[in-house]
Design a protein around this ligand. Structure first.
Ligand code: EPU
Length: 422
């Protein structure tokens, strides 16, 4: 199993990082291909592990999927009727597999769709109850059978009204995709407005869907007969961009991230500025430069446009090196501080109480052998190892490869002393 060895401390790292397409846009877009009878093309693909898993899932449903890594492109063709079973093997390795529920239901509303329930994951319990109540509002019932949920609607899907009890990202995308071909119109309230959800809405509208915003978190979807064409360039990955900006931050360096819309990181950039880093942006890139005096901060995660939960483990690593007391309140997942014990093994002082972390920043971190347990945790530990004195090893980095394209190559390019070992 692959390990990273990082020699620290890496100081004042300089360089340019080209940000890949957003994994969390790519996965729902790939699921949305199920809605099309014709060819769909996506560009700016991040060829990370989860994207390969979604490819396997679409192929298992009957689609033809072709990747061109050199062109960063993929085409998906659905000539055959899809199989209507989403196996446990694929949903258990990648939770985003549940995103096939909505489009399968839209295309085959009166047939029985069988989707494995994902259960928990490293971040805590991850339910799909709001996805299912959203489908119910369209007239689709469900029942649980041996770990699989069966969904179907006897009379076909009809527009109605639905309000999500709390903001859910994949729940929103799933219900939007389920609603594309309904009879009448569906109003959905309290939706997620993450840039990746808007990317999906843009793609569907460009392809002939009728989805309109009627409020900040409310949309009205008018059912259409079919989607006509499908070609789309995926937005840049805001979490990947923030990760590399944090490399600039923790080394007091100078990093430019390209191919990223700075407005997708508004809260995060304002926190970096508050700490004392210098941030410059244009419409496609963000530059971080070291600050003279760095101050501790308090943050609270939340649905977009608030500070993203996915970016929290990264800022946590930064806070461990900023002298003084910082605080994080995590409001999205029940178990998102998995990086804390690993960073503490490097000499960080993080104290977790329920959904809050108190961080007492230290002048120095020291190398340690660490184990990663989830995608963003991997990069958080990498940040610690970059700053730490001595050589650190990070095991189970396959978690990181689920969502970071060319992780080792991009870190090497900006001068991080990293090698991988099996
Ligand atoms: N929730 C429920 N019931 C539901 C749906 C959600 O209780 O039916 C709860 C969840 O358990 C969680 C909260 O609501 O506590 C928010 O979950 P959400 O549904 O928004 O998360 P998600 O859609 O499953 C996506 C990203 C995550 C990211 C979260 C939050 C994708 C493929 N995944 O997950 O990304 O952390 O939104 O922004 O888009 C990652 O990339 O590392 C990652 C975990």
């Amino acid at each position: 199993m692959k390990k990273f060895l990082i020699k620290g401390p890496n100081k004042a790292v300089k360089g340019v990082v080209n940000i890949s397409g957003a994994k969390n846009s790519c996965l729902p877009l790939m699921a949305a291909s199920i809605l099309f009878k014709k060819k769909v093309t996506f560009k700016n693909i991040p060829f990370v592990k989860d994207v390969h898993t979604m490819k396997d899932l679409l192929i298992s449903l009957g689609a033809k999927v072709e990747f061109s890594e050199t062109k960063k492109m993929m085409t998906i063709i659905n000539k055959k009727k899809h199989k209507l079973i989403v196996p446990y093997k694929l949903v258990s390795t990648m939770r985003a597999g549940v995103l096939t529920m909505g489009p399968l239901l839209a295309r085959y509303p009166k047939q029985k769709i069988k989707v494995a329930l994902g259960g928990g994951c490293a971040l805590g319990v991850r339910d799909t109850n709001w996805h299912l109540s959203g489908f119910k509002s369209l007239g689709a019932n469900n029942n649980l059978e041996k770990g699989y949920v069966n969904i179907s609607s006897k009379k076909g899907l009809k527009g109605n009204k639905f309000k999500f009890p709390k903001v859910t990202v994949t729940g929103t995308s799933n219900l939007i995709m389920a609603s594309v071909f309904i009879k009448g119109s569906h109003i959905i309230k309290n939706i997620a407005i993450e840039p990746e959800v808007l990317d999906l809405i843009n793609f569907l509208n460009q392809s002939g869907a009728d989805i309109k915003f009627i409020g900040k978190r409310s949309i009205k979807i008018k059912g259409v007969k079919e989607l006509i064409s499908g070609s789309h360039t995926i937005i840049g990955d805001r979490i990947e961009a923030f990760s590399y900006l944090c490399v600039g931050a923790i080394t007091n360096g100078n990093i430019i991230t390209n191919n990223i819309n700075p407005s997708h990181l508004r809260s995060e950039l304002s926190i970096l500025k508050k700490i004392g880093y210098k941030i410059e942006t244009d419409n496609k890139s963000i530059k971080i430069t070291s600050g003279k005096t760095l101050k501790p901060v308090n943050i609270k995660t939340g649905p977009f446009p608030n500070f993203a939960t996915d970016n929290m483990p990264l800022i946590l690593a930064i806070m461990t090196t900023i002298v003084g007391k910082s605080q994080i309140e995590e409001t999205i997942f029940s178990n998102r501080f998995m990086a804390a014990p690993e960073l503490n093994r490097m000499g960080a002082k993080i104290n977790i109480k329920k959904n809050k972390a108190i961080i007492i920043g230290q002048k120095k971190l020291y190398s340690a052998d660490c184990i990663s347990s989830d995608l963003r945790t991997t990069f958080s530990i990498i940040l610690g190892a970059i700053a730490a004195n001595g050589s650190s090893t990070i095991s189970r980095v396959y978690h990181g490869l689920r969502g970071y394209y060319n992780l080792e190559g991009k870190l090497k390019k900006i001068g991080i002393k990293i090698i991988s070992k099996n």
